[in-house]
Design a protein around this ligand. Structure first.
Ligand SMILES: Cc1cc2nc3c(=O)[nH]c(=O)nc-3n(C[C@H](O)[C@H](O)[C@H](O)COP(=O)(O)OP(=O)(O)OC[C@H]3O[C@@H](n4cnc5c(N)ncnc54)[C@H](O)[C@@H]3O)c2cc1C
Length: 418
């Protein structure tokens, strides 16, 4: 179908906005992406780069509330909640607390699994057939454990739920770890490998993806800020931007963690809070791990790239905070030292923070904006925005076309908040 006469403006040039632009362009729309800063320079830049269909468990698990409460007294906790008297945040916390049950966790895991599977399959096609130069590796994701107790807890909870949903994994005993990866310390208890996970360098992905889409006539406008919407009934007829009014037949809101606040311009309220995380990027250590790994007891992830080595972690609910505290970066380094034989290189090539767009139910928000006929949402991707980008883009293009969606979009609909 030729839809070149119909225009779509995508607000937000992170990995989600880029993926939406891809599938909308493929469907024949004339697409413009507006980005207030530089393309893919926010949360989509310095993340760990995991494409991880194994991540079926939400943040809201039965133990999460207790962990969050403990963090009130421990500023070094990886998962940290700092109370603030802001009504949207208090409502968000209340809803999150109500989700911390086994029943809700299992229900969310099923919904996450559906979109994770769809996205992983799309990536396998995209990264082989269309987008090169991303440092993509289909080498699995390895969870390493210092203690048998932590490994057992992980097996009983995460691994069992994942297995019930068809996610493959295998246990590697402590005594076999050195054969598996020489970079691991010999005294670890063991680990679990999820062989169907993959990794890439996120900034390379977005760079290559944007270059490909520019060749396909997608327009990217950096330094242009969305400011407001002009409405006629249920239709948004134009948007106000820092460069003046822009008309469009369809609008996609993909502005990451700020989307919740921005939805108010369209007359809706969305529970999206920033979940702040940090990463450091270094040269590769002499004995670099072969595969990306998560060090469970310390909640830290590492990713060996061809062009470097990244350590990332933390989930802080402290608002739209922009600082990068030294102690958090030191903590990332210290955590890794419990698992790897080699010391990390002394200096960081780059240090970074990002605001994950967090919903209280850990599910993304994809589909029609309540109260409008021509605005589609693509936000709230929590800890999985890189992984979920292709399936999100595909669902958004289907929503804009009014086409039957490739997976049931109901669990991701904003209607769940109304
Ligand atoms: C430490 C860490 C590790 C992570 N690791 C992984 C991982 O391994 N795998 C994974 O799948 N996910 C991971 N994530 C999560 C992932 O990074 C996010 O879910 C994802 O980047 C969100 O993408 P986004 O496009 O929605 O948001 P963003 O990348 O934040 O993009 C939103 C864009 O909207 C723009 N914008 C905002 N306001 C306006 C406006 N008014 N007008 C125009 N533009 C605007 C912003 O400038 C920004 O560029 C990690 C996150 C962190 C913090």
């Amino acid at each position: 179908m030729d839809r070149n006469s119909e225009s779509v403006v995508v607000i937000g040039g992170g990995v989600i906005g880029i993926a939406c632009a891809h599938y909308l362009n493929k469907a024949g729309y004339s697409v413009t992406v507006l980005e207030s800063g530089n393309l893919a320079a926010a949360c989509s830049y310095g993340n760990c780069g995991y494409i991880c269909p194994s991540h079926v468990l939400p943040l809201a698990t039965p133990g999460a509330l207790r962990e969050g409460m403990m963090s009130l007294f421990d500023p070094s906790a990886a998962f940290r909640i700092k109370p603030r008297l802001e009504a949207p945040f208090i409502r968000w916390l209340w809803q999150f607390a109500k989700r911390c049950s086994t029943r809700q966790m299992l229900e969310t895991a099923e919904h996450l699994n559906t979109i994770l599977e769809s996205s992983a399959a799309e990536y396998r096609r995209l990264l082989v057939d269309e987008i090169n130069g991303t440092e993509y590796r289909q080498s699995g994701l390895f969870y390493a454990f210092q203690t048998t107790k932590a490994a057992e807890e992980f097996s009983v909870n995460t691994r069992t739920v994942a297995a019930q949903l068809g996610v493959r994994s295998s246990w590697i005993d402590g005594s076999d770890l050195r054969d598996f990866d020489k970079a691991l310390k010999p005294d670890l208890a063991g680990g679990v490998l999820f062989p169907d996970d993959a990794s890439l360098r996120p900034d390379r992905l977005t760079e290559q993806w944007v270059a490909m889409l520019k060749d396909r006539a997608v327009v990217f406008r950096e330094g242009v800020r969305f400011l407001g919407a002009i409405r006629s009934g249920r239709q948004i007829t134009a948007i106000e931007t820092s460069e003046g009014l822009m008309e469009a037949d369809h609008i996609v809101l993909a502005a990451g963690a700020i989307s919740g606040r921005m939805a108010r311009h369209f007359g809706a309220a969305l529970p999206v809070e920033p979940g702040k995380g940090y990463s450091i990027t270094l040269d590769r250590p002499a004995q670099s791990p072969r595969v990306p790994m998560l060090f469970s007891e310390h909640h830290v992830g590492i990713t060996p790239f061809d062009s470097g080595f990244r350590v990332g972690s933390m989930m802080e609910f402290i608002g739209f905070n922009t600082s990068i505290p030294r102690r958090r970066l030191d903590q990332l380094r210290a955590s890794v030292s419990h698992y790897l034989t080699d010391d990390l290189p002394k200096s960081n090539v780059e240090q970074w923070y990002g605001w994950r767009p967090m919903t209280w139910d850990s599910l993304p928000i994809i589909g029609a904006m309540p109260g409008t006929d021509n605005v589609c949402l693509a936000t709230g991707h929590n800890m999985l925005g890189l992984t979920l980008a292709p399936a999100t883009g595909k669902l958004v293009a289907e929503c804009v076309q009014g086409k039957t969606p490739h997976i049931d979009p109901t669990p991701y609909s904003a209607a769940r908040f109304c």
